[in-house]
Design a protein around this ligand. Structure first.
Ligand code: FE2
Length: 201
């Protein structure tokens, strides 16, 4: 099976330029291609040689597969929750933020502090097992998400996400991008995972 790159409408994003978003989208499509290339190699070869946890062909493919798949998914979450419409945090996710952090301002400060402390991603996720929110900081696509927690809000903090528009000023990027969060999208994700008939452990 081959996955396809999704299309995103960035008309509702006013804190990043079309050039910045367009170049970032190309990076996403490269990860889609790498995902397909990796999965094809895994599916088409019956003999991948001797396994070894220091170096082996199958190790390289499996590590690469997780890296590429997570890169695709995280970019889709990120592009999907970028929109200045519905930028007021409210509804069930606001209730959970109040419960976890006391108020929105405290949550946003913590989220941005995490985002400045990692190399790749800041993720607000919902842990169905513990019925709570987490703020996850990822140094790479495949490092840092808490097992069984579902992303609700994802912000890319790699320099490639903002350098064309903001240079090294990650603080300004974060302040602005938080004004382009579509909280309806985040609430819809939360509603789906809460409603899911899944027992994780
Ligand atoms: Fe990115």
């Amino acid at each position: 099976m081959n996955i396809q790159a999704k299309q995103f409408n960035f008309n509702g994003v006013d804190v990043l330029s079309d050039k910045q978003l367009g170049e970032h989208y190309k990076i996403y499509t490269n990860y889609v291609n790498k995902t397909n290339e990796t999965m094809t190699a895994l599916n088409s070869q019956t003999d991948l040689g001797l396994p070894d946890h220091t170096y082996s062909k199958i190790r390289g493919l499996k590590v690469g597969e997780a890296y590429a798949v997570d890169a695709v998914k995280l970019h889709e979450y990120y592009f999907g929750n970028l929109n200045k419409q519905n930028s007021k945090c409210e509804g069930k996710i606001m209730d959970m933020i109040n419960k976890e952090y006391g108020n929105y301002a405290t949550f946003e400060k913590r989220f941005k502090d995490v985002a400045q402390s990692v190399r790749g991603w800041a993720v607000l996720s919902y842990d169905k097992t513990f019925n709570k929110l987490h703020i996850c900081g990822l140094d790479a696509h495949d490092k840092g998400v808490i097992v069984d927690s579902i992303p609700l809000l994802v912000v890319d903090v790699y320099e490639h996400a903002y350098f064309m528009d903001y240079g090294q000023d990650r603080v300004s990027y974060l302040n602005n991008v938080m004004m382009n969060v579509d909280w309806k999208v985040a609430n819809d994700r939360l509603a789906k995972v809460v409603a899911a008939e899944v027992s994780f452990v």
